[in-house]
Design a protein around this ligand. Structure first.
Ligand SMILES: [Zn+2]
Ligand SMILES: [Zn+2]
Length: 307
């Protein structure tokens, strides 16, 4: 008994130390990101890509009567800062480091030290990036479908679907639980393939760029490339308030790629979706402020109904 509790104490101390180091480590990282611009700097790439897509919206808008500071613009701008930076700073980084350590310790119980099943480190960098991008996106497509189908996940995902006017920043209006769900599901398969951390940067920023464009007020579909890449004219239907009978939970689940929707029969673009109504049934009762939206899924009484 005594021996056990000493072990427990040592383990607990280890996890607490990871949490503490994650917090201070991430804070130092964040400060150095802002003070040291470089070509692999998340902060400046995010600002640069956001300004670029916003300028495109201003100069060549799809819905010409939509305000530059559209409905929800400031809320979504805050979501960008929160979901891209602060959430990692205040919690996710610490949580995920503990999660990874717990997972490794759990594997250690079975004598497994390394879960890398496929070595891709020897491949050319572009091939590694492409493989990682496709696998990560396919996993996300599956997770996104579950966010619509499972009622408890839909409560969290409603935050993203509460967007009433589309613009690039809407990409980042989502509940922080989504980060936890997506990252957890992605972690094991990606770790098994043995990708290096440096590959994440390029793939991550490319996905942010495509995601910004998908939500932007731009009438683009990229021609034949639209069957591979998700695009604004396709993603707007994902936000449609009215759902067709054949897709009662939704359609166009793709994040960066549209190919999965075409392959698995969930693609749906019946006409030009420029002015369709966005949201979900009952969204008029959905909270409008950041704090209320974060609290919403945890409340027992749900005012709005599922689609
Ligand atoms: Zn969705
Ligand atoms: Zn969206």
């Amino acid at each position: 008994m005594y021996f056990c509790s000493v072990i427990d104490m040592i383990m607990l101390e280890k996890y607490l130390q990871i949490i503490e180091e994650s917090f201070s480590g991430y804070f130092n990282y964040l400060v150095s990101e802002i003070t040291n611009p470089s070509w692999t700097n998340y902060f400046y790439w995010l600002i640069g890509l956001s300004l670029l897509v916003w300028l495109l919206e201003i100069f060549i808008p799809w819905r010409k009567n939509q305000a530059i500071f559209r409905k929800g613009f400031w809320l979504d701008s805050f979501y960008i800062i929160f979901n891209f930076f602060l959430f990692s700073l205040v919690g996710y980084n610490a949580l995920s480091n503990v999660g990874v350590e717990l997972f490794n310790d759990f594997l250690g119980l079975f004598g497994i030290k390394n879960i890398v099943a496929i070595e891709v480190q020897d491949f050319a960098v572009w091939a590694q990036l492409l493989i990682m991008f496709f696998i990560a996106d396919f996993i996300q497509w599956n997770v996104h479908r579950q966010l619509h189908k499972k009622p408890w996940l839909w409560k969290f995902h409603k935050v993203h679907h509460s967007v009433k006017e589309m613009g690039f920043a809407a990409q980042f209006r989502f509940h922080f639980m989504e980060t936890i769900v997506y990252k957890t599901v992605q972690y094991i398969p990606l770790a098994m393939i043995g990708f290096g951390i440096e590959q994440f940067f390029v793939v991550h920023m490319f996905s942010v760029f495509i995601g910004h464009l998908n939500h932007a007020n731009l009438g683009w579909s990229y021609g034949w490339l639209g069957y591979i890449l998700n695009n604004p004219k396709m993603h707007i239907w994902h936000h449609s308030k009215e759902l067709p009978k054949e897709h009662p939970y939704g359609m166009n689940y793709g994040l960066s790629l549209s190919i999965w929707d075409y392959l698995f029969g969930t693609a749906y673009i019946p006409k030009n979706g420029k002015n369709i109504e966005l949201g979900f049934h009952g969204d008029e009762n959905f909270p409008k402020s950041f704090q209320e939206q974060l609290a919403y899924p945890f409340k027992k009484t749900q005012k709005t109904t599922q689609k």
